[in-house]
Design a protein around this ligand. Sequence first.
Ligand code: HEM
Length: 405
Amino acid sequence: MADTRTLSKYWMITNDFTQNPYPVLEYVRRESPVRELAMPGGGRAWVVTRYEDAKAALADPRLSRDIHVQYELMSKLAGRPMTPPPEEANHLANLEPPRHTPLRKAISFAFTPRRAEALRPRVEEIADELLDRLAGEPVPDLIAGYADPLPVITIAELMGVPAKAWPDFLRWSTALRSHSPTDGEGVLDRSIKELSRYMSELIAAKQSEPGEDLLSALIHAAPERRLTSTEILSTGFALMTGGNDTTASLVGGVIAALLTHPAERTELLAEPGRWGKSMDELIRYVSPISNALQRVTTEPVELGGVTIPAGEIVVISVMSTNRDTDQFPDHPDRLDLSRHKPAHLSFGFGIHYCSGAHLAKVITEIGARRLFERFPGVTLAVDPSELRYQANPVVRPLQALPVRW
Ligand code: HEM
């Protein structure tokens, strides 16, 4: 059991924490649920770990997601102006009302449950094509070969990106996520520039030749709802950055969970109608989002009995809220498919609630179901204790998921 004496000041960004966060989070929830965390570059953040506090924080307009508010704060902490956020980052996930509202409205038609359901046959085809490619490999990695490309291809196609550009999309998506100081100079910048150039050209082409896709629908929307080309470009970035890594993290996590829970897997395969009902429990248990739903306080805010001054970073640990016994009293560390629609916070809460939640569920259900239907004998090629998670403050993907058919 973790205790204060062993918790380093950078406790949330250590490898031990990344690999096995739940005992530490359980301790923090109990002892100091709204707790300071030192940032490696200097300064501090406040970590919110209890479900009720997290929900209150996500609903509170004094906690801002505006990227410009964050930029001001970072510049203040650094004592010099930082590089301002690129134009592509001015998207709905990074803005607050009033700018957030029309951007959110503009895409809402494309993410209804009905639209997500209509995509099922196509997602199934994409899943099957990826599985066909992996079928000949003796020990395929289901992260690189399956969980990663499945959402990237689905979302690229939904936006209207032609198939020949999908490999580039996969490359850009990986660069946006896995960039770290050791990746080499400029990988992230170059990927953002390439993606931005490609998307701008695509948007221009769809102005004269629209297709049956999301970008065309945004370009040719009714004048009162029409976005500028720059807003359409940044919306494309929001969908890629918001949809790819998160869904990949969930697809990989759900497959791993079912590989290690054979009884639950048999139950789902015996009664396909159970997938839909069980999806929220799988999402709660897997927790595809790790720690950082990040906000900045624009005024002093009291959370869980702690007053956080204005101008401070607040980090909401979704992963922690998903195991909070006050919210999920019945053994939250267990995957329990009979738990009825657990009200997890994995898709956020409030005005920034995930636009793609229905789509993410459809992609995940089909991704996991097709794998187990086609390869009923599939097993992990390593001991479950050898599975490793990627260090990432936002999502919680496995590094690799090697299997044998
Ligand atoms: C398992 C998969 C996914 C998870 C766990 C997830 C999670 C989230 C969360 C937690 C937020 C709120 C962020 C905040 O409040 O700070 C969010 C917002 C958002 N997500 Fe997702 N997401 C997933 C898939 C998708 C997909 C497939 C798309 C679209 C293709 C998408 C598009 C968005 C967008 C556009 C926003 C911003 C909404 C706004 O600010 O109004 N997400 N997502």
